[in-house]
Design a protein around this ligand. Structure first.
Ligand code: SAM
Length: 283
C-alpha cells in the first residue's frame, strides 16, 4: 500500500520530489560543504525522510567512506533511492520506518540530515528530540525547515493581475497551517528552530540560509519541477484565489500557450532554504 501521512500521499509525489531534489541541489551542496567542515570523517550517516534519495545519494558521494542510510516511510520512494544510487554508482542503504515511532530502531549516526520532514510530524519538538537521540557523541544534526518561498515568474508576467506569487504564498501558508493543525498529536510551538535544537540537548547550534538561484534560461528538469509545483499549488490553493488568478494559473499551465511556463524564456527559480545545525556534546 502507498505510504500516506494524513497530509500527503508521498508515493504519488515521487516524480515531483525527485525533480525538486535536483532543482534544489545548489542549496544541498552548500549545506553539505558546511557538514564536511563540521564532521570531516563520519562513519555512519542517516537521511531521515529521504524521499527518492537525491540528497542521500549526494551524501554518499561527498562521504564515500561512510555508511549512508536513506530512511523513509515509503518503500516505493526508497526503491527509487536505490535505483538512483545504482545509476550514480554510490553506496546507499535504505530502511523503511514511520516517524516518529520508527526512529527508535535505527541505531546511532555521526551525522543526521532531515530535509523538510519535521513539519510533517505533529509534535515537532518531540521529533527533534528523537532525531537528536540518534546522534553518537560529537555527532551533528542538520534539519531543513523554513527559508523563503520560491519565485519563478516576473512580478508582471504579461497577463492577469501582477504579483500572483504573493497571493499563492498566502493561500499556501493557510493550507500549511491547516495541515499542521490536523496532524495527529499536533502541538503548537514557537518555531524558533535554534531554541528547539538546544531544547533537544544540542550545542553549537546555528542556522544558515542557502540560496537556489537558477536564472533564465532554465534547464528542462527545473522547468518540469516548476510545472509540477504550480500544478500542485493550483490544486491546493485554487479555492482561496479569485477567478482572475485561477485563469492566470490556467493560462500559465496551458502547454499550448506560448506565454505558458513550458515555453516562457523568462522562467527562473529563486528560493532560500534554512538549515539548522546542532551537535550532541561529547560525553
Ligand atoms: C517533503 S518530502 C522531503 C524529501 C527530501 N528529504 C527533500 O528534502 O526533498 C518528506 C518525506 O518525508 C517522508 N515522511 C513524511 N512524514 C513521514 C512519516 N510520518 N513517517 C515516515 N516518513 C514520512 C515522506 O515519505 C517524504 O518522502
Amino acid at each position: 500500500m502507498a505510504h500516506e501521512t494524513n497530509d500527503f500521499d508521498w508515493t504519488a509525489l515521487a516524480g515531483m520530489l525527485e525533480l525538486e531534489g535536483e532543482a534544489h541541489s545548489p542549496y544541498v551542496q552548500q549545506a553539505f560543504e558546511e557538514l564536511e567542515r563540521l564532521v570531516p570523517a563520519p562513519g555512519r550517516i542517516l537521511d531521515v525522510g529521504s524521499g527518492p534519495g537525491v540528497a542521500a545519494c549526494r551524501l554518499a558521494s561527498v562521504f564515500p567512506r561512510a555508511e549512508v542510510v536513506a530512511v523513509d516511510g515509503s518503500p516505493e520512494l526508497l526503491a527509487l533511492a536505490e535505483k538512483r544510487a545504482a545509476r550514480l554508482g554510490v553506496r546507499l542503504g535504505t530502511r523503511a520506518a514511520e516517524f516518529p515511532a520508527g526512529l527508535a530502531g535505527l541505531g546511532t549516526a555521526d551525522l543526521v540530515w532531515s530535509g523538510q520532514v519535521v513539519h510533517h510530524v505533529g509534535d515537532q519538538q518531540g521529533a527533534l528530540d528523537r532525531l537528536a537521540g540518534l546522534l553518537a557523541p560529537g555527532g551533528v544534526l542538520a534539519v531543513v525547515e523554513g527559508g523563503l518561498p520560491a519565485r519563478c515568474l516576473p512580478r508582471d508576467p504579461g497577463f492577469g493581475r501582477p504579483d500572483l506569487h504573493s497571493r499563492l504564498d498566502a493561500a499556501m501558508a493557510d493550507r500549511f497551517a491547516r495541515m499542521r493543525e490536523e496532524l495527529p498529536g499536533s502541538v503548537a510551538v514557537t518555531e524558533n528552530w535554534s531554541e528547539m535544537l538546544r531544547a533537544a540537548g544540542l550545542t553549537e547550534v546555528r542556522s544558515r540560509t542557502f540560496l537556489v538561484d537558477r536564472p533564465a534560461p532554465l534547464d528542462e528538469g527545473t522547468r518540469q519541477f516548476l510545472r509540477q509545483m504550480l500544478e500542485r499549488q493550483r490544486r491546493m490553493a485554487a479555492e482561496a484565489l479569485d477567478a482572475e488568478d485561477v485563469a492566470t494559473l490556467d493560462r500559465l499551465l496551458d502547454p499550448a500557450d506560448p506565454a505558458g511556463i513550458d515555453h516562457r524564456p523568462d522562467l527562473f527559480l529563486l528560493v532560500a532554504k534554512t538549515v539548522h545545525f546542532g551537535r550532541r556534546p561529547r560525553d
